[in-house]
Design a binder for this molecule. Sequence first.
Ligand code: ATP
Ligand code: MG
Length: 579
Amino acid sequence: MPTDETAATPNAAPTTPKDFIRDLIDEDNRTGRFGGRVHTRFPPEPNGYLHIGHAKSINLNYGIARDYGGKFNLRFDDTNPTKEEQEYVDAIIEDVRWLGADWEDRLFFASDYFDQLHEWAVQLIRAGKAYVCDLSADEIREYRGTLTEPGRESPYRNRSVEENLDLFERMRRGEFPDGSRTLRAKIDMASGNLNMRDPVLYRILRATHHRTGDKWCIYPMYDWAHGQSDSIEGITHSICTLEFEAHRPLYDWCLDALGVYHPQQIEFARLNLTYTLMSKRKLIDLVKRGYVRGWDDPRMPTICGLRRRGYTPEAIRDFCNRIGVAKANSTVDYGLLEACAREDLNKRARRVMVVLKPLKVVIENWPAGKVEWVDAENNPEDPGAGARKMPFSGELYIEQDDYREDPPKGWFRLGPGREVRLKHGYYITCREAIKDAAGNVIELRCVYDPESASGVTPDGRKVQGTLHWVSAAHAVDAEVRLYEQLFSKPDPEDVPPGQDYTANLNPNSLTVLAGCKAEPSLADLSPDPQYTDGIHRFQFMRQGYFCLDPDSTPDRLVFNRTVTLKDTWAKVEKGTKKG
Ligand code: ATP
Ligand code: MG
C-alpha cells in the first residue's frame, strides 16, 4: 500500500496514487486549460470542529497541490454568522496544520470578499439577472415546486432594474426586518434542477459576524459566496462532496453571468465510517448533551479527538490515501483506520511497561535494598531507537490477570509453583499467594533465578510465559483510559422508530482504570521530539498503543489507549496471550 510520508516535506516526490480527479487535472494540464496551474482550497464553514471526513478532503486538496507543484488555500466559508464562532476558526486552523497541510500565506475568509460579492450582486441586478423578492421563506419553498412539478414565478420577479437596485440598497442599509426580503437570481422556475429555480443569493439577517461585526445585515448564501470566492482566489479545481453536484449548474451560471474567471467544480464521494457519525449537527449535539467529555474526547471522530486518542497525522494521511477517491458513496470499515494507526505506531512507538491492574510480587531471595538497572530495548522494529535502563528490585507489580490459582490447561503465566520470565529481567517462580480476609490474592511470594538475567539459564531450562512488570518503589501512579466504539451499531442511525441515534450509544465506550503503575521513564511531560506534535506515544507491552493525555501531572500520569495490539504479541510470545 502506498503511504504518504511526503506531506511534511512538500518537495519530496509525490507518492499519492492516481484517482479520477488527478486524471481530470492531467487532462486540463495537457490541454493547457488553466495554463498548467493547479490551485486547490479547503473551504470549511467555522460552525464546528473538523472530523475525519474533513481530513479526506484536506488530504485530497492539499495532496493535489503538493503533487502538482501547485497551491493550496485555506478558506473559511463564513457566511452564516448565527452558527459560526472564532473558537471554531482557531480549532480548524490548528487541525489543518496538524494534519500537515500547508497554506503558506493563503489563509482567507469569504467574509473578506463581502464588498466584492455585494458589488457583483448589484452588477447582476443591473444585468436584469437578479431581483428583490418579498416572499417569505415558506412562500419561496412553496413556489419552488417539486422534482415532478415546475415552480411558479414569484409575483416580484419582474420588478424593474431601478426598483431592484433601490430595494437591494435599502436591504443593505437595514430598512427591512430580518427575513422580509431576499435577493434572488432570475434563472428558470421550470428547470428540472431545483437549485436553478431562482435561488436566493442574499438574505436579511441581523447577526454580529465574528469578523465583520455589525457592518452587514445582509449575508450572501453559500451558492453566491462559494464560486465567486474560488474565482477571486484563482482556484483551478474546486473539489467538493457529491451533494454539491446538483449545485454545479448554479456555480457555473453565477460565474458566467458575471463574466469572471471560472474554476472547475469537481465532486467526490464523502467519507462514511462504520460506528461513526459525521454530521456536525450531531457532533455538536453529543458535546452539548454531555454524552462525551468535549470536542476532543478520544471517542469523537473529530481531528482533535483522534489526536487526543493518539492517532498520528501520518496514520490519518495513510488512511486517506488507502481509501482513495471515488465518485460513488460507500462506507469504510473503522478497522482500516485502526490498522493504519497500528502500522505507524508499530514502527515508531517505544515499547514500555505499564501494569494496568497491579498485583504485588515480593522476591524473597532478592538481596535486601538492591536495585538493578536492567537494559530494556526501546523498539525491536527500530534498532536506532536505542535502549533505556529499568529498575528491577525485590518488590514488583505484575498484572492480576497474570496469576491464576487454578490455571487452565495451556496456561503459561504464573500459578502456584509456576515459573515465568519477566521481560528484560529474571525468571521467577511463584511459591505462595497471600490472600485478604475475603480470599482475594493480594500478594505473590516468589523466588528468582540469579542466573537467568540473559533470558537463558545454564541448564537450558525454558519458560514459555513472559510477563511485563514494574518495580514497586519506582513506579509512577497512572490512570489508563480504555475505549470502545462510541456506538454499538455499525450504522449509528439504525434505530427503532421514535428513537434517535443516542439509543445506539455504547455504554462501555469508556473504561477508566485508576490504580495503574507505570515504569518511571514515562514520567516525562516535556514534548516528545519523536512526533511532530510532541505527543508521547507508546506501546504498552501486551496492552496496546497508548498516548500521554494532557490531564497528566508529574506524579499522576494519564494515558489513552489508541488501539489494541491485535494479538501480534501473542503470536511472538506464545502463551502470554490474555485469557
Ligand atoms: P455540515 O455538516 O455543516 O454540512 P460539512 O461537513 O459539509 O458540514 P464544511 O465545513 O462545509 O462541513 O466542509 C468543508 C469541506 O469538507 C467541504 O468541501 C466538504 O465537502 C468536505 N467534507 C465534509 N464532510 C466530508 C466527508 N465526510 N468526507 C469528505 N469530505 C467532507
Ligand atoms: Mg457543508
